[in-house]
Design a protein. Structure first.
Length: 180
């Protein structure tokens, strides 16, 4: 984990995808794996902000402010690769007492996990983001394997999942999530 070895936070030990940002949301350090995940060189990555690598840029200022205020955050998010392709992740972010703001990313490789998490989410405030992450995870799985390479049963499962998620998304947008 070259580049982040001088950070001695036990919460980060053994993590592969690690990033550090300042209070202005600019990356100040990162692991080589985080650079590779997003398709950037280390120098390119250190010239980026959190918004630059986020798929839904509008959420970033609010979420980052909340994270700094509470001192920690975890959940699902969608990053944007240099090629503009979405990358669904799980993350854990920490504000350490020495001033470090760090996050550990874990790419989501199986679309079923965020799909099921979205279906089970009862908090209307969290549901929209979980729906978005699940839809992106399905699309990422389709594009990484190519639709023709997927077995018919898998294609049908993905189509059914997208239909269910889109239906839930319409419900969220209409404001009727309280009685689902």
């Amino acid at each position: 984990m070259a580049g982040v070895l001088h950070h001695a936070h036990p919460e980060l030990r053994g993590a592969k995808f690690v990033v550090f940002a300042d209070a202005s949301r600019r990356y100040v350090d990162c692991s080589e794996a985080a650079c590779s995940l997003l398709g950037y060189t280390r120098d390119e990555m250190l010239s980026k902000t959190v918004e630059d690598v986020s798929y839904n840029v509008n959420e970033v200022p609010h979420l980052f402010a909340q994270y700094l205020k509470t001192g920690a955050m975890e959940g699902e998010f969608v990053l944007r690769h240099k090629s503009k392709a979405p990358i669904p992740i799980r993350f854990k972010a920490f504000v350490f007492s020495d001033g470090c703001n760090a996050a550990v990313w874990d790419p989501i490789n199986d679309w079923r996990e965020p799909y099921l998490a979205a279906l089970l989410e009862m908090d209307p405030g969290k549901l929209k983001r979980k729906l978005e992450v699940a839809l992106v995870a399905i699309e990422a799985a389709r594009s990484s394997r190519g639709t023709g390479a997927l077995p018919a049963q898998e294609q049908q499962a993905m189509n059914d999942a997208v239909s269910a998620l889109n239906s839930l998304m319409r419900t969220v947008k209409s404001g009727r999530t309280a009685n689902r």
